[in-house]
Ligand binder design. Structure first.
Ligand code: GMT
Length: 375
């Protein structure tokens, strides 16, 4: 198949999933064209069967807001025409589903290009509900030839919030490469991040309000009252200054490490002892799955799709949103009991290797493409 993939190239789950999927499709012999405004962060410079096409968003003094959606449409149309694509797979509906639909209409034979849209999260639960976007998001997803959601929670949210009862939203969960995400031997980066007697608590996100990063710091502060530990925060975003301030106010500033954006999160997750994800809403929680593959117990919240990934009491603990004390108690319990810690880590690794293996999920996408193409 000749497949176009559009995604946000920056650090974030949807871009990571889109890129990892494209790379694996290319390994399976498909021709994959990434269309994005920058080189996707998980895409190596050269890989057989993969091509990168940059969306050029021109500036003009009149434009206070450069029209990214139009530039994306033009790039998608150009690639679809010149590379004779069978299918365009767009990740994150806003605005990629709209740009793809427009690009398709611009073709002389629109029926020859199929559009698959994967819904990732806030494109449905937050941004997509904003009155300035809602109607065009609904229109565009209803006109996609194939729709997938990364969890059943997100599928139900899509139907409920957009009322698109006729939408056949297929659930294809995210995946993890267990050869990249695995437990690193002691000594590795661990020595650089913490003292030998300290546990490493880790959080990884884009530090937006939905992630409740201040709760991460508050949970860590409670844990540190009982267990020698350090908190390592990976990523960056608008709530980082508040998290830094909270750490200082709670008197744990010297035991909280802000690493900022990192290329190889697998090496960091592989030395963590506990992963914290106290989000307000999470349609899947890719970082939690990557932690599980690395044998790291997850303590998070009952916030939607995360409940489909982390089994409470088996691969981690899930508590109500904002329940800082309960999350801290659960974390202390796991960290103070080596056998239980090991058991939870092993359960997470097993489920990620079985249910969420790259081979299994990429095959699901391939089969879905075939179905959409009517083959
Ligand atoms: O939806 C977003 O806010 C961004 C998106 C991203 O690019 O990281 O995150 C969503 O997609 C991820 C990949 O499918 C999921 O793992 C995240 O749970 C989801 N984020 C939210 O639902 C908040």
């Amino acid at each position: 198949m000749r497949i176009g993939i559009s995604c946000y190239p920056t650090y974030g789950g949807s871009g990571a999933v889109a890129t990892e999927l494209g790379m694996r499709l290319a390994q399976r012999g498909h021709e994959v064209h990434f269309v994005s405004y920058a080189h996707p962060f998980r895409l190596p410079r050269f890989l057989r069967n993969t091509y990168f096409h940059e969306i050029e968003v021109s500036r003009y003094p009149l434009f206070e807001y450069p029209p990214y959606s139009l530039a994306a449409t033009v790039a998608m149309h150009e690639v679809a025409t010149q590379r004779h694509l069978d299918l365009f797979h767009v990740h994150y509906a806003v605005p990629h589903a709209t740009s793809a639909w427009l690009a398709k209409q611009m073709l002389s034979e629109p029926g020859e290009l199929k559009i698959v849209t994967t819904l990732h999260g806030t494109d449905i639960t937050l941004v997509g509900q904003d009155p300035s976007y809602r109607s065009i998001v609904k229109f565009s997803i209803e006109r996609s030839d194939g729709l997938t959601a990364v969890s059943n929670f997100l599928r139900l949210q899509t139907v409920a919030t957009f009322g698109c009862i006729d939408c056949d939203v297929r659930v294809i969960p995210n995946f993890v490469d267990t050869e990249i995400f695995y437990r690193r031997p002691d000594g590795y980066h661990r020595n650089a991040l913490a003292n030998p007697d300290e546990k490493i608590l880790m959080h990884l996100s884009n530090f937006r309000p939905v992630k409740r990063v201040e709760d991460v710091v508050r949970v860590a502060a409670r844990v540190m009252e009982n267990v020698p530990a350090r908190l390592v925060l990976v990523g960056d975003g608008p709530d980082r200054p508040r998290a830094e301030e909270r750490a200082r106010n709670l008197g744990i500033g010297d035991r909280v490490v802000f690493l900022g954006k990192q290329e190889s999160v697998a090496e960091l997750l592989g030395v963590a002892d506990l992963f914290l994800l106290p989000s307000e809403s999470e349609s899947f929680g890719l970082s939690a799955l990557e932690a599980m593959a690395s044998e790291v117990p997850v303590v998070g919240t009952r916030c939607g799709g995360l409940e489909e990934v982390v089994e409470d009491g088996v691969s981690g603990r899930l508590l109500p949103v904002g329940a800082v004390d309960a999350m801290a108690t659960a974390a202390i319990d796991i960290l103070s009991n080596p056998d239980r810690h090991k058991q939870i880590g092993a359960a997470g690794r097993a489920v990620s290797a079985e249910r969420y293996s790259a081979d299994r999920i990429v095959a699901m996408y391939e089969a879905f493409y075939e179905e959409v193409l009517g083959r």
